[in-house]
Design a protein around this ligand. Structure first.
Ligand code: HEC
Ligand code: HEC
Length: 212
């Protein structure tokens, strides 16, 4: 190999190694911050606790949630739920926590494609029937969340609705979240077999809840 090529190969290797080391340092820092600030509710390794705090290392969540979703949810918390705001930690620390959460990823990151999905075109009146029949059992009437006594989060409140795309909601309803009580609704293993149109009806109804 000519000398120049050896040099640039070494340089490339060095750059990759340094980037890797920086990533590892950020993840370690994020882990420490997570243990100090979040583990009390979200549990060790962020596996969550039904009816108390959701899993943050769930493969489906990590796969469809953007960094923006994580960062802004951590910064602002969710008003009217048990999730407090953490803006005092600052952007850099919040990013480190997200890097730690992402280090648990098992599925490819599809957040961009999911957020680019078309908005729902549904009938909120039909969606309300599904919601009241099925979703409210766990998420509460009006999607009030744990406060209603179930295991599902507050999907009818602004803290959730204003931070997610229709694609995010659609994917969650279709495929659920493995190892939680949130099963997918688009196949026979789910609690109900909802068509794409019915899922869009549910999303259209959920969007009306933000003002309640
Ligand atoms: C006092 C308990 C508590 C603490 C501490 C806490 N959370 Fe939460 N967190 C919750 C609850 C409860 C929810 C669900 C709120 C709802 O019903 O929508 C939640 C939701 C979330 C969500 C949304 C998850 C999803 O499935 O959409 C993220 C992200 C999150 N928390 C990150 C964090 C991080 C990171 C920390 C530490 C910096 C933290 N939380 C600390 C209780 C807590
Ligand atoms: C058997 C209980 C149960 C039912 C029924 C249920 N869910 Fe869930 N859902 C959950 C749980 C539990 C979670 C959070 C998973 C966790 O704790 O990690 C969740 C999470 C979600 C999320 C993500 C919320 C967030 O904070 O990120 C959405 C959206 C959602 N469910 C929509 C629905 C809709 C719409 C229906 C009705 C078609 C429904 N769910 C029915 C239990 C349920």
């Amino acid at each position: 190999m000519p000398k120049r090529a050896v040099c640039s190969a070494l340089l490339a290797l060095l750059t990759t190694t340094t980037a890797y080391a920086t990533d590892q340092a950020t993840i370690k820092k994020g882990e420490a911050l997570y243990n100090q600030n979040c583990a009390v509710c979200h549990q060790a390794d962020a596996i969550g606790k039904p009816g108390f705090a959701p899993s943050l290392t769930n493969p489906e969540l990590l796969s469809i949630a953007s960094d923006k979703f994580f960062e802004s949810t951590i910064r602002d918390g969710r008003v009217g739920t048990g999730m407090p705001p953490f803006s005092h930690l600052g952007r850099k620390n919040i990013k480190a926590i997200v890097a730690f959460l992402r280090s648990h990823s098992k599925l490819p990151n599809r957040a961009k494609a999911v957020d680019a999905q078309p908005e729902s075109h549904g009938d909120p009146r039909l969606g309300k029937q599904w919601f009241d029949d099925i979703c409210s059992t766990c998420h509460g009437v009006n999607g009030d969340g744990y406060a209603a006594g179930g295991t599902g989060t507050a999907i009818g409140k602004a803290g959730f609705l204003n931070k997610v795309s229709d694609g995010f909601i659609r994917e969650t309803i279709k495929h659920g979240r493995s190892n939680t009580r949130m099963l997918g609704f688009s196949d026979a293993s789910g609690l109900a077999n909802l068509s794409d149109q019915e899922i869009d009806d549910v999303i259209a109804y959920m969007r009306t809840l933000v003002n309640k």
